[in-house]
Write a protein that binds this ligand. Structure first.
Ligand code: TRP
Ligand code: SF4
Length: 327
């Protein structure tokens, strides 16, 4: 049976952390078997909230290396840079004409950010247009499926409305993309706030054994558990939130150990360190193999961009024709 086509991107804002892995990449790796996947570095989207990205070429290269090291397979999957496929920009411009301003202003991700006059002056047009560019990213490949977290559902609904509006004027050119929902286990940062590079609280995919160990030992625990003998409450402890993902078989033991002060935080963290390190060690080994082959990433991108270009160009030829740009 013909597989459905699925498109997804990741913004090139910096190095990847465990949140990217648990929330996105792990899912991408699985999706490769059931869909014809295209995964891209969302280079333009990365600029919606910053004007400069230092070392962008290196960020892209490292991002692709990290994708491969966690199991993205360039033999199955098309990997490319959004910035190398100008058809995304062309289609985004066209679709922006089909998008009423009100739809974009009402989009929750935008509305939440632009609350007052001051932020209104600061937020870019690109940010407002973010969902239009996303729509183009997907539609230019006529993809039927997009993996999203629940929070991104409004974006996808907007995409469908934009494409419906295009189709109702020009015929069934674009399929309406459907969500492939993934339950994204929420990983807090080591300080129990949202994991984010800007809070400096993330666990990176490229941690060494030493930096991983020190980060885990810096993690916040239940603040009520001051002394070794104080019982703790795992429900408020970020270490336990990680155990839910990384130590599923020992969860009950850790849970009751914490509540009865049977286990100390140091040992509890050590169990976590070993579990995460085992995973990161696999990535390190794979990365080591990839880095032995200079030029590999450039070749993969060149190959992926050639394939993506064929699909995107064929869609755009059709779009240019129906709009009357070419005959
Ligand atoms: N918005 C996504 C993110 O925040 C990146 C992205 C851009 C994307 N275009 C897309 C995801 C199209 C899925 C489909 O990382
Ligand atoms: Fe957190 Fe583990 Fe300490 Fe309990 S024992 S407070 S779960 S680190």
């Amino acid at each position: 049976m013909q597989k459905k086509r699925l498109v997804s991107g990741m913004r090139t804002t910096g190095s990847l952390h465990l949140g990217h892995y648990e929330g996105t990449l792990k899912n991408w790796v699985k999706l490769q078997n059931d869909y014809d996947c295209l995964f891209f570095c969302a280079v333009w989207h990365a600029f919606t909230d910053r004007l400069k990205i230092d070392r962008l070429p290196q960020i892209i290269e490292e991002m692709v290396i990290d994708w491969l090291s966690v199991g993205i397979n360039p033999e199955k999957t098309i990997i490319f840079r959004q910035s190398a496929l100008l058809q995304h920009a062309e289609l985004s411009t066209i679709l922006s004409m089909f998008t009423p301003l009100g739809w974009l202003e009402r989009c929750p991700t935008f509305k939440d950010e632009v609350r007052d006059e001051e932020t209104h002056e600061r937020v870019s047009l690109g940010k407002l247009q973010y969902p239009v560019l996303m729509t183009a990213d997907v539609a230019v490949y006529k993809a039927e499926s997009v993996p999203v977290g629940r929070d991104q559902l409004p974006h996808l609904e907007l995409s469908r409305e934009i494409l419906r509006r295009f189709n109702s004027n020009y015929g069934e050119i674009f399929p309406e993309p459907k969500e492939v929902l993934s339950d994204c286990p929420c990983l807090p940062g080591i300080d129990n706030r949202k994991m984010s590079k800007s809070y400096n609280n993330s666990i990176e995919l490229r941690e060494t054994e030493e930096t991983l160990k020190s980060k885990i030992h810096l993690m916040i625990t239940d603040p009520q558990r001051v002394r070794r003998n104080d019982p703790g409450n795992p429900d408020v402890c970020p270490v336990f939130a990680y155990h839910k993902i990384y130590s599923p078989l020992r969860l009950e033991e850790i849970n009751s150990g914490c509540r009865t002060a049977g286990i100390g935080c140091r040992d509890c963290k050590n169990i976590l360190f070993l579990a995460i390190n085992e995973i990161l060690e696999k990535f390190r080994q794979k990365r080591f193999e990839i880095e032995k082959k200079p030029g590999l990433i450039k070749d993969i991108l060149m190959h992926g961009e050639k394939k993506a270009n064929e699909i995107a160009e064929s869609t755009m030829t059709q779009v240019r024709k129906v709009l009357g740009f070419i005959e």
